[in-house]
Each structure stands twice: as C-alpha cells, then as structure tokens.
Design a protein around this ligand. Structure first.
Ligand code: ADP
Length: 244
C-alpha cells in the first residue's frame, strides 16, 4: 500500500502542528467522582484524548476459584469505544487492548495494598471515548485516580504521559499525528512520591542521549499531571495523597 506523505511536524520557529512547543503538554483536564454507579471514577482529557476510568470493589472474587487466599486480584480492562477513532473501531477486545490491559494492570498492582483484601477482586475499567494519542498513559493516570476515589488503600498515585521524537526533536505528550509520523513514541508511568517507574515502553528509535532527555521530559510532564491529580482529590476530600 502507498504510504501517505509525512507532514512537517515542527515548523521553523519550533512550533508543533497544534501550536505547542516541544516541551508543552496538551490542555489538561482532570476530574474525579464523575460516575455515580461505580465505587470510584475519574476522567482525564489531554487535548482531544478523552478517557474515563471506573472502579468496582473490593468485592468477593467471582468465579470463586480465581480468589487468592492472601490478596485481592486486580482485573483491568482498557477499551476503546467504537467511536473513539477516525475509522470505527471493531467491537470487542483487540490484541492491542488485551496487551494494554495487562500492562496497565501490572502498573496499578505495584501501588495498591492488595494484601489488605484477601479473596477479593477489584475491577478497573478504562474507556477511551476519544483517541488522539497517549490513551494508555491517560488511562493509567485516570485509573489510579479512580482507585483513590473508591477509597482503596494505595501506597501512592500513578501519573503517566508519553514522550516522542518527531523531526529529530524530543517532544512531550505526542498527539496521534505525531505518534503516527514521528520517529519514536515512549509511554512512561511513574509513581511520583517514591519516584518509581511503573510503566515504560518504546516504539521506534532513540539514541541513549535522546532516551535520557525523553525520560527527563516525561518526568516534568508527570509532575504537572500529578499536581492536577492531587488538586482534584484535595478539592473533593480535603486531603491529597501527598499528605496521607
Ligand atoms: P496510545 O493511545 O497509548 O498512544 P498507540 O500508540 O497504540 O497507543 O496509538 C496511538 C493512537 O493511534 C491512539 O491514541 C489513537 O489515536 C490511534 N489508534 C490506536 N488504535 C487505533 C485503531 N484501532 N483505529 C484507529 N486509530 C487507532
């Protein structure tokens, strides 16, 4: 198949297609407790990327044979709605969604006190309602907030963002077009209070120096997202995770 010509992603003055500089996040909106039926929920918007997360539990594990005697199991489903992409996404779970569900689950397991709820299950649902790049990182950020909103004991929150390389420049928070036409895309998830990396993937090519720069840039973006997470929790509960 013929490949579409690669658009110029950074102009002479260093501006990206949406007007951002290389180190700018897209406009960020974070909300918590947005859904009534679940035990905890959150919503995140990064530019045109829009993601909900909902949490149920802890509750008795079903089917019972899945229960683990000394801890809760954490189920996680990352899913893109059919209307989240330019071309209607197929119904049902794709291989990509199954893999991302696992990667996000493993990141969340590292911060939840699962041992406090033996034989239980915690269900985390991530629904991407509009996808414009960075949905796995937005999903992880929202899921950690939804767990906190459900009152599930956690060591700390997780904040995540992707960095990329386009036209030879390392950029923060790539949009879909930058992701598709760029040279590299690297989603990063960090538990900021302990400064622990809980998710790191790299598609494409970066030199060692670019990788270092990318990680530094991701940390800056993550600090901003983390601040927004703490603020919404503080607004709803009067206390932020940094104070507990
Ligand atoms: P992430 O959303 O975490 O960056 P990818 O790098 O796999 O994950 O995808 C980048 C972007 O590509 C998505 O955010 C979305 O805009 C688009 N995309 C992913 N899967 C599909 C799909 N099945 N159909 C159309 N666009 C998709």
């Amino acid at each position: 198949m013929e490949q579409a010509a690669k658009p110029k992603l950074i102009d002479e003055s260093g501006r990206r297609l949406d007007g951002r500089g290389p180190t700018d996040l897209r406009p960020l909106k974070v909300e918590v407790g947005v859904l009534e039926k679940s035990d905890g929920s959150a919503y995140i918007e990064l530019g045109k990327t829009k993601v909900f997360a909902a949490v149920y539990g802890p509750k008795e594990a079903h089917p019972k044979h899945l229960a683990v005697p000394d801890r809760a199991i954490l189920n996680c489903r990352y899913h893109m709605t059919s209307f989240s992409t330019d071309e209607r996404k197929t119904l049902g779970m794709t291989r990509r969604e199954i893999e991302l569900s696992k990667v996000i689950r493993e990141a969340l397991e590292s911060v939840v006190f699962l041992e406090e709820f033996p034989r239980s299950a915690i269900d985390v649902f991530i629904e991407v309602v509009q996808a414009d790049g960075g949905t796995r990182t937005a999903g992880l950020t929202a899921a950690s907030l939804a767990l906190a909103d459900a009152g599930i004991p956690m060591r700390e929150l997780i904040a995540a963002v992707a960095v990329g390389k386009v036209d030879g420049t390392i950029i923060l928070d790539p949009s879909d077009i930058e992701d598709k036409h760029g040279e590299a895309d690297m989603p990063v998830g960090i538990a900021p209070r302990s400064n622990t990396m809980v998710l790191l993937q790299l598609n494409g090519k970066m030199t060692k120096d670019e990788l270092k720069k990318g990680l530094e840039l991701a940390q800056i973006g993550i600090q901003n997202i983390y601040q927004a997470q703490c603020e919404v929790l503080k607004k709803k509960y009067g206390v932020s995770m940094t104070e507990v």
